[in-house]
Design a protein around this ligand. Structure first.
Ligand SMILES: NC(=O)c1ccc[n+]([C@@H]2O[C@H](COP(=O)([O-])OP(=O)(O)OC[C@H]3O[C@@H](n4cnc5c(N)ncnc54)[C@H](OP(=O)(O)O)[C@@H]3O)[C@@H](O)[C@H]2O)c1
Length: 323
């Protein structure tokens, strides 16, 4: 049930997914505390201030995930918290601790501690399918879903720090919820794309830009399917509003290989230099139409891949990211 006038906090509100969530929350009548890293940077604030309902019901807060006091100020007075803020870097990193692990894990614990102190009733944590995969020992005849966890040792051997950061952050959230009795629920989105609200692109939209420019990377350890920004935002709201929603929630329109996605982009946009990739780019991944059954049971009807691609590419064109 949407609760008109209820105050909620969105950490990472300035980001690509965060902006969509802030937009849908304002549309539903919520009052929103959205966090940004730098209040003086208009590229983080202007697009949020322009949203319908923002003038009356949006407040912006500057936080640093490692600064507990800044987070406590943002969540104070809120009934719910959506914790999205986390660095999303799939390229090689020089200092994994500083660039990914600390903000993801300590940041999550800071947000949950502040939520507990502020008396928040439910926290939705944005994890990722990067906390499901890579999981090379998962049985080949089983669909990867909520009971599947990323293989940390495999990731360490391969230097895959983003999946490590998301997996350890999610595990830390579950441990905190159990120990301190905080109501936590998790959304695990696939590769998120669609119309972009902020003036800056996130890692998944950059991936699409690179693909349109001819990049042949197969994202073997990162891809499991695509999902529209709007559906990820809706998923967060659904699991927040439905008290019956518990645990993890796989969130993608279908489990697919990056090769399937790339072939579809090439079919719709033959004018770009989209490469031909093998069909099975994610070895051992079982394709599945209903990979996100828990969210579908809550009423989410996922936007199909073809529409995700069209809306994402048209948005990139209209905002001048590609010509
Ligand atoms: N994109 C995907 O395909 C995908 C898939 C699954 C899960 N996710 C998760 O979804 C969440 C949002 O990602 P996104 O795609 O929307 O990325 P994004 O556009 O890069 O947004 C990231 C947000 O986190 C904030 N942030 C990062 N480091 C921070 C720090 N140290 N202190 C405070 N705030 C910080 C950023 O603030 P600034 O704007 O001020 O930099 C931004 O608001 C992340 O948790 C990500 O792991 C993303």
């Amino acid at each position: 049930m949407a609760r008109e006038g209820e105050v909620v906090c969105v950490t990472g509100g300035s980001g690509c997914i965060g902006s969509w969530l802030v937009r849908l929350l304002l549309d539903r009548g919520y009052s929103v505390h959205a966090t940004v890293q730098d209040l003086k940077d208009e590229s983080e604030t202007k697009h949020l201030e322009a949203l319908e309902g923002a003038e009356a019901r949006l407040r912006l807060f500057q936080i640093d995930l490692l600064n507990y006091g800044s987070i406590l100020t943002a969540v104070s007075g809120c009934a719910g918290v959506f914790h999205l803020a986390s660095p999303c870097i799939v390229d090689e990193v020089l200092d994994p601790e500083k660039q990914l692990l600390d903000p993801a894990i300590k940041g999550t614990l800071n947000v949950l501690t502040a939520a507990k102190e502020a008396g928040v009733s439910r926290v939705v944590v944005t994890s990722s399918i990067s906390a499901f995969t890579p999981s090379p020992n998962w049985p080949a005849d089983m669909v990867k879903s909520e009971d599947c966890w990323t293989d940390i040792e495999y990731c360490k051997q391969k230097g895959l720090w983003y999946p490590i950061s998301k997996t350890l952050a999610e595990k830390a959230a579950w441990d905190f919820a159990k120990e301190k009795g905080l109501d936590v629920v998790v959304v695990n989105p696939g590769t998120v794309m669609g119309p972009v609200i902020p003036p800056r692109l996130n890692a998944s939209m950059l991936m699409l830009v690179r693909l349109l420019q001819g990049c042949t990377e197969t994202y073997e350890n990162f891809f499991m399917g695509s999902v529209h920004f709007k559906d990820v935002a809706l998923a967060h709201i659904l699991v927040y509003e439905n008290k019956s929603a518990t645990g993890r929630h796989s969130c993608l329109e279908a489990i697919s290989h990056y090769g399937d996605f790339v072939a579809k982009v090439a079919e719709i946009y033959p004018e770009y230099k989209v490469p031909r990739l093998p069909k099975d780019t994610q070895p051992g991944l079982l394709r599945a139409k209903d990979g996100s059954k828990k969210l579908m049971d809550l009423g989410l009807q996922f936007i199909p891949m073809e529409q995700i691609i069209k809306e994402a590419v048209e948005s990139l064109k209209s905002k001048g990211f590609i010509s």
